[in-house]
Each structure stands twice: as C-alpha cells, then as structure tokens.
Design a protein around this ligand. Structure first.
Ligand SMILES: [Zn+2]
Length: 444
C-alpha cells in the first residue's frame, strides 16, 4: 500500500518505549514505525511535530452522550468535538440518560442513526442490563455492543432500574454464556440506605451519604458472582481505595475482573470541594487526599487498569447548591488528558504510563484491536501533546454543550496540539474538522 502520510516526532510512544520516529501511514492505517530520519516516500506528506509527544489516540470507554433524549445535557456533535479537542479518538457511549436507553437492538439502531452524521471521533455503544431485558442481551451482543452496563443501586433515571443480586446473577449467567462483558456501577443499595442522608450544601454530608463501604460491599459481591459464574466483569469508576486489596486478590486467583478509575478521583480531593459546589458531585463521590494516594498506588501496581472520564454532564439548573438533589456527574471529556498528566508527572509517572491507562488498557477492555497502540496494523489515531506547556481551564473554551466543570480555573500541564483519526487531522490547536468518525461494533 502507498504511504500517504509521515508523522515525525522526537518523542513517539510505542509499545517498545518512547523514541524519535517517523510513523508511516497508508490509507488510515499505521504501515510502519521508521527511524526519525527515514526518507519520506514520493507522494507522501510529511508532518513534523518537532518535540511534541505523539501518543496513541485516547480511548474513552465511559461517556454519557445522552443523545437522543437529553440533548440539552450533551449530544454526539458536542461530545465528539470535545473528545477530538482533548486527544480522544474513540469513545464508547453509556446506555443510559439517552431516551431511549440502549437496552434493545431497536434502541441501539436508533442511537446509531443519531450518532452517525455527528461523530467527530470513532464511536461505539455499550448495552444496558435491566431487570426485564435478559432476552435482549444476546441480540444486542450480536448487534455489536461492547458489553453491558448495570447498576446495583438507583441509577438516577427512572427508565434504567438497578439489578438486585438475583437479577445480577441471571444477567451475568446469560452474558457469560456468550462470552460477553458486564460493566458495573458498584455501590450497594443497603449500605447506601444505612448511611446518614443529610441534604444541604455541605460536601462532608454528601460524602458521608456515599460511604466507602457501599463500594466495598458491592465489589465483594460482584467478585463472588463473577467467580461462581466464571463471568467477565469490569468495575466502573472506582473511588474507594479500601476495595483495592480484594480486587488485587481476585485478580491473583484468576477472577476475570478489570477496574477503571476517573480523572476526578485521581486529581481532585474532598478536602478542596467548596460547600455548595455541586459541579464536584458524582456517585461514588470524590474522596479524601489519602484515599487518592492509594488509588495512584493501585494504578502503579496494575490493580486499576484504566482511566476513563465518566463524562456525565447536565444543564446548569440541575446543579443546584444542594448536594442531595443536584445531578450527579462530572464534566471532563476534553480535560482528562491534561488533568491526569498534571497529576501523573507530579507523582513521578511518565507519558508511557498515561498512554497505557488512557489508550491501551481501555482499548483492550473493549476488544478494540485496531486501537490503543502506535504499531503497524493499527489505525493511525494519534494525540499530539506539548507536555510542558500549561493552560488555565476556561469553561468558555470547552466544546461541551454545558460549560460547567469542576476543573474551572485550574492550571494544567499538557496542551493537545493536534488529534489524528485514521491519518486525518481532526483537531489542529482547537480548530476542529468536519465529522469523520465511524461507528464501531465489537469485533471479537
Ligand atoms: Zn457513568
């Protein structure tokens, strides 16, 4: 195949490490990773990004796009533009908060039709597991969803009820039967009921209402079910570091379990959340600084596999000053890479770690074999980052539909200078191209 693009940098992150290289691209696929001074083939365009770091395009497997149905909260046009601006080249949409939720094949097709003309990055879908849709799981799997999301406690929207332990077992058994994946919002409803519930603007009261034990208990039950049914499960948005030892033990004994955490748990702390600042509200909640230190240890030792956004915005009117009633969800799609890089570098990690947590591991979670690494045969998806440049987060510059974010005013390291999708530049210093994202279906 003819090489049509050569992307050159002194710092390219490959599976073998970071090196000066020229990436040869043919028809949107990486054809070769050549020496930095390799000759540019006749007819190929050279793009030299100097000392900017070339990472594999980020894969964000946890995004609430809410389209169709709650498009005043977000939508495929704005979400995928924010993704492109933030160095994300693949996103997977969560099955809830849109209307309809992605719980039948018909609903999946509705969502795909809505997404297709608006997708600025490659976009795929998770299905949803509800108490009454076990019969829909296999057809959804066959139709290409990447796995199934369930809640063990109330989801926040009436049309997406949670599973009790018996229903979880039934869905898990069905999914394990066809080799699928269950991804789980793991908070135990009984532990939440037992916690003190106090409305108001004090963050400490909200934190007490979502205790670590709710996560720990739910994860312990999930591990037991996964072991018993030999099912593959994934813990969404881990916040409680107390659960790390039991997850590590489950992994060591061969339970098929993976874990993600999110930029807000890894870069923001309970101690710094101002009272009434419900842009910081999410479930499970942002916890104490000491808890965050242990989450970073879990990343370093591999207990936590991925970092994904859990971007879950709403309109400003739902972010009232009362933590009990405000919408729970943090808006960060465009900011995840600089937020994580800022904290990672402070803690002595390098960008190869960031690429593993934010591209390679989420791609593996979803079975996206063409994503997640800069090596021949993969899609030519890249995030180009000036890692030493800083910027101060100005909500007005975000592509999110609602420009409310817990990161407003923070100064972060790492400016995304360009984003490339299958060999085409889709973001050039914040100037975004027309949509060229494809709809992805599970291929394993
Ligand atoms: Zn979520």
């Amino acid at each position: 195949m003819d090489i049509d693009l050569v992307l050159r940098s002194t710092r390219v992150i490959t599976p073998e490490g970071t090196r000066a290289a020229s990436i040869a691209v043919a028809g949107g696929t990486i054809a070769a990773v050549l020496p930095h001074d390799a000759e540019v083939p006749a007819g190929a365009r050279l793009e030299d990004v100097g000392d900017d770091v070339v990472l594999p395009g980020l894969v964000d497997t946890h995004v609430h796009v809410n389209d169709p149905g709650r498009t005043e909260w977000e939508g495929f046009w704005t979400a995928t533009r924010a993704a492109a601006a933030g160095g994300i080249t693949t996103l997977l949409d969560m099955p809830l908060n849109s209307l309809p939720p992605t719980t039948t094949v018909e609903h999946l097709r509705t969502k795909q039709d809505v997404a297709r003309p608006k997708a600025h990055v490659d976009t795929g879908f998770w299905g949803g597991a509800l108490p009454d849709n076990v019969k829909d799981l296999r057809p959804l799997h066959d139709a290409g969803v990447f796995g199934f999301k369930c809640f063990l406690s109330p989801s926040g929207v009436d049309e997406f009820p949670q599973l009790d332990q018996e229903q979880l077992a039934a869905s898990l058994a069905e999914i394990a039967g066809f080799g699928g994946l269950m991804i789980v919002h793991a908070e135990d409803p009984h532990e939440l009921d037992a916690a003190p519930q106090k409305a108001g603007e004090r963050y400490a009261d909200f934190l007490a209402s979502r205790p670590r034990v709710a996560e720990n208990t739910a994860i312990e039950n999930l591990v037991n079910q996964a072991r018993r049914l030999s099912a593959r499960v994934h813990v969404l948005h881990l916040s409680s570091s107390d659960a790390l030892p039991l997850i590590a033990a489950a992994k060591a004994e061969g339970v098929k379990i993976t874990v993600e955490s999110c930029p807000h748990f890894l870069t923001l702390t309970a101690e710094e959340v101002p009272d009434g600042a419900t842009e910081f509200k999410c479930c499970p909640p942002i916890r104490e600084a000491a808890n965050q230190d242990l989450l970073w240890q879990g990343l370093a030792d591999g207990t936590i596999d991925c970092i994904v956004s859990d971007h879950s915005p709403s309109t400003a009117d739902l972010k009232t000053g009362d933590f009990a009633s405000a919408w729970g969800g943090i808006s960060s799609l465009q900011l995840g890479l600089p937020a994580i890089w800022t904290e990672a570098r402070r803690r002595g990690h390098d960008l190869t770690d960031v690429a593993r947590w934010m591209s390679q591991a989420p791609a593996e979670l979803a079975g996206l074999s063409r994503k997640g690494a800069i090596e021949p045969g993969r899609d030519a998806d890249f995030a180009v980052l000036d890692p030493d440049a800083t910027f101060t987060v100005d909500p007005a510059e975000l592509q999110h539909r609602n420009r409310i974010t817990a990161y407003a005013g923070r100064t972060l390291y790492g400016v995304v200078t360009s984003t490339w999708l299958r060999g085409e530049r889709i973001n050039d210093r914040g100037t975004l191209a027309e949509p060229s994202g494809r709809l992805l279906e599970r291929n394993n």
